[in-house]
Design a protein around this ligand. Structure first.
Ligand SMILES: *[C@@H]1O[C@H](CO)[C@@H](O)[C@H](O)[C@H]1NC(C)=O
Ligand SMILES: *[C@@H]1O[C@H](CO)[C@@H](O)[C@H](O)[C@H]1NC(C)=O
Ligand SMILES: [Zn+2]
Length: 420
């Protein structure tokens, strides 16, 4: 009897020791995978914090020591952040006001950040540039514009932003644009204005395919998600959204859309915001991993990515509180039986594939001319917008003097003909 008890005790001790070793192994394995494949995160709002806390005076900021954000250089190094889409976000209250200027300033602050800390960041615009930055031990830095209001309904503005390095556009933030409905329409708190995308909205999708800019469906209505999935020639992304079946929040992605993203070879980059993870104020690592497991079960490991939403949200899960903590989540996926291959897909291989596919679509369309048909004036008429260039029927109201001059000339000519 006694030896048996001792034996069991020994077994328990051996097992608990072994469990500790296993946990350490998981973290070692996570870090090894992260050294082989870049962790590419879809959405980080550090640029918005730079505006909010410092009015973009980067000279007054030291990213080595900044402690009022989820993101700083030591945290980035500790978290093995391989590549980041920095969000050029400006709030919806800038719509029809100074959204374009403020967005340009957010793009500028990302470029200045990369120049100020060249040992940490390297600006990137292509899949190849992401890999080159990763190989040189820098965080590849890309830009995504969050919200179509940032374009002021202008294809010219879209193209110029592309030239400034912008590689995704989230079609809406939390407001309708003059050409697309946002997710709040699905909650019933805002009316639909376009039943999805307007015809200008569809022009924009085609132009983004031609340019080689990713279409981000985080923040839009389910109707818009499906319209874009119907018509985009390139894979689509959700830069920071989680699974609706796990937490039924309208910012999350329903299962039928997950399956369509798979058909389209796109990606859903999981958001860590507690409210989207558990539909409550609190969450933990395991709750976030449930979203990864669910998306894998419904659509496979090759549509999953990371889209933490750091510095854009106020509540984050236990053990995932800032960008330094992401390796914990990678270890948790390994603990749940994810293979090295599956983890690498989620870390960065999926996003790299999406980006390369998008670049191929762009190259295949390079004979196409830019779309220069502007949005109808009626769709954007407001007191802060002039109508230069629009040949309106009621031209008299727009150019009273020149119309008067034209009428006078015609009258004089008529008079001249009669008298001759
Ligand atoms: C990468 O950069 C970090 C921090 O700058 C440094 O500690 C590390 O040694 C570097 N690794 C390589 C392989 O250069
Ligand atoms: C995480 O939170 C969930 C509830 O959201 C709870 O059921 C679970 O036990 C927690 N897991 C850990 C590891 O704390
Ligand atoms: Zn967002």
């Amino acid at each position: 009897m006694l030896p048996k008890v001792l034996l069991s005790l020994g077994l328990v001790l051996w097992m608990s020791n072994h469990a500790v070793t296993l946990t350490e192994d998981l973290m070692d394995r996570a870090l090894r995978l992260m050294s082989e494949t870049p962790l590419i995160d879809g959405h980080n709002d550090l640029p918005w914090q730079l505006r909010k806390q410092f009015n973009n005076e980067l000279n007054k900021v030291d990213l080595h020591t900044l402690e009022t954000t989820h993101t700083n250089i030591p945290k980035i190094k500790h978290g093995r952040l391989g590549a980041q889409f920095w969000s050029a976000y400006v709030p919806c209250d800038t719509q029809k006001k100074d959204a374009v200027r403020q967005t340009l300033e957010q793009i500028d602050v990302v470029h200045r950040m990369c120049k100020k800390y060249p040992e940490t960041f390297r600006f990137a615009r292509t899949a190849e540039e992401i890999l080159a930055a990763f190989r040189s031990n820098r965080t590849a830095s890309l830009i995504g514009v969050e919200g179509g209001h940032s374009l002021d309904s202008s294809l010219g503005t879209l193209r110029v932003m592309y030239d400034l390095g912008v590689r995704y556009l989230t079609l809406t933030h939390s407001c309708n644009t003059p050409w697309a409905d946002n997710w709040l329409v699905d909650t019933g708190s805002e009316p639909s204005e376009h039943n999805g995308l307007s015809s200008f909205g569809k022009q924009l999708i085609v132009e983004m395919n031609r340019l080689g800019m990713l279409i981000d469906l985080a923040h839009v209505t389910v109707k818009v998600m499906n319209q874009v999935l119907d018509m985009s020639a390139a894979p689509v992304i959700f830069s920071h959204s989680s699974a609706y079946s796990v937490c039924p929040h309208k910012r999350n992605v329903p299962d039928d859309v997950l399956k369509r993203v798979k058909e389209k070879k796109g990606i859903v980059m999981v958001n860590f915001y507690n409210d989207y993870v558990t539909c409550s104020k609190t969450a933990n690592l395991s709750d976030v991993a449930d979203h990864f497991d669910h998306i894998k079960k419904v659509a496979g490991a090759d549509i999953i990515g990371f889209g933490g939403d750091y510095d854009g949200v106020t509540r984050l899960p236990e053990n995932l509180e800032d960008v330094s903590k992401v390796p914990n989540l990678v270890a948790e996926l390994l603990r749940r039986g994810w293979t090295d291959q599956e983890v690498k897909l989620a870390l960065g291989d999926n996003l790299l594939r999406v980006m390369k596919d998008m670049e191929r679509v762009r190259d295949s369309l390079n004979a196409k001319v830019p779309d220069d048909v502007p949005i109808p004036y009626e769709a954007v008429q407001n007191e802060c917008r002039t109508s230069h260039g629009y040949n309106l029927n009621n031209a008299g109201a727009v150019h009273p003097l020149s119309t008067l001059a034209l009428l006078l000339t015609l009258a004089l000519q008529t008079f001249a003909k009669i008298t001759v």
